[in-house]
Design a protein around this ligand. Structure first.
Ligand SMILES: O=C(O)[C@H](O)[C@H](O)COP(=O)(O)O
Ligand SMILES: [Mg+2]
Length: 302
């Protein structure tokens, strides 16, 4: 069925919103682009809360923990509690701690990513190395090759290589990741988004950080962010809602909208301020089509 264009359609917006009790909100490209908050975002969140809607913020951005996101929401003047945030780092940490159930001491995670991943693994009591370790933010040296090949710089208790959005990629960190995979570590990713919407443009996304290891190892990571249904199951388990009364709001077809459709949610709303363009889902035979779409989130104010 053709998606409904809601921008400027006050009656259509009211009818759409009234169908749902829960709104799962993507963040990058919907609420903001980097540090730029889209107009009407805070007011729209307030409007939905005034209608008694339950809100969950579901981001694939693994650089920040739930606590970090609470600070960002506060800084942006958007009402949100830490407990309403469910990011890909938290999704990965839950999967590793509660599903993989690795046995100590061989339960350590080698991180290619930022502090959000470290904090969320800490919250689940999962030991980790790599990540923001300053000792790894250097050029590879000739002696590194011998040492890594002999396993001298490797931690024998690493059981998982976890990749995410990493603003500090380098050859040394990637070489260590490959060495752990060659030793049988599981290959996981918080998410594999190809691009990061920021400052109104597109930058290399988390998938650009796992790509070198995919090429070098010949393995594909299990991604625990959208559209993974392991993430949807964990969210439903925590927030306990009727999927048919829930709507996923996102800017990216192959993560957010696919996540909502495959999760059997009551509806999906695509917002055109991020990655995907309407031409993609309006095209004949489009594989991922939202229920409705708006130019920007603030259009829901009518
Ligand atoms: O590359 C990434 O990690 C993603 O582009 C980005 O962070 C997505 O965040 P979201 O739109 O899910 O909030
Ligand atoms: Mg997004």
């Amino acid at each position: 069925m053709a998606p409904k264009y809601l921008t400027g359609d006050k009656a259509g917006i009211d009818a759409f919103v009234d169908q749902f009790d829960v709104f799962l909100f993507d963040c990058d490209g919907v609420l903001w682009s980097g540090e730029h908050k889209f107009p009407g975002t805070a007011e729209t969140i307030d409007m939905l809360r005034s209608k008694g809607k339950q809100l969950v913020f579901v981001t694939n951005n693994s650089t920040k923990s739930r606590a970090d996101y609470k600070k960002k929401f506060d800084g942006m003047g958007i009402s949100a509690s830490e407990d309403e945030v469910f990011g890909s780092s938290y999704s990965a940490a839950i999967y590793i701690s509660r599903i993989l159930k690795l046995q100590a001491p061989k339960n350590k995670v080698y991180i290619l990513g930022e502090t959000g991943m470290e904090q969320e693994l800490d919250s689940e009591g999962v030991p980790h190395i790599g990540g923001t370790d300053p000792a790894l933010r250097r050029d590879v040296q000739p002696e590194d090759f011998e040492r890594i090949a002999k396993g001298e710089d490797l931690d024998e208790n690493v059981a998982v290589v976890l990749t995410g959005l990493d603003y500090h990629m380098n050859y040394l960190k990637t070489a260590l990741g490959q060495a752990y995979l060659r030793r049988g570590a599981k290959f996981l990713a918080t998410n594999i988004d190809s691009t990061l919407p920021s400052a109104g443009s597109l930058f290399p996304g988390a998938g650009s950080m796992s790509a070198p290891l995919v090429k070098a190892s010949g393995q594909e990571p299990l991604a625990l962010g959208k559209p993974s249904q392991a993430m949807m199951d964990a969210i439903e388990g925590k927030f306990k809602f009727d999927r048919k009364k829930a709507c996923m709001v996102g800017d990216r077809l192959n993560t957010d909208i696919q996540f909502g459709i495959e999760g059997g949610l009551g509806g999906t709303l695509c917002v055109l301020t991020g990655v995907s363009k309407k031409e993609e889902f309006l095209a004949e035979g489009a594989s991922v089509v939202p229920t409705a779409y708006v130019d920007k989130l603030g259009d829901l104010l009518g």
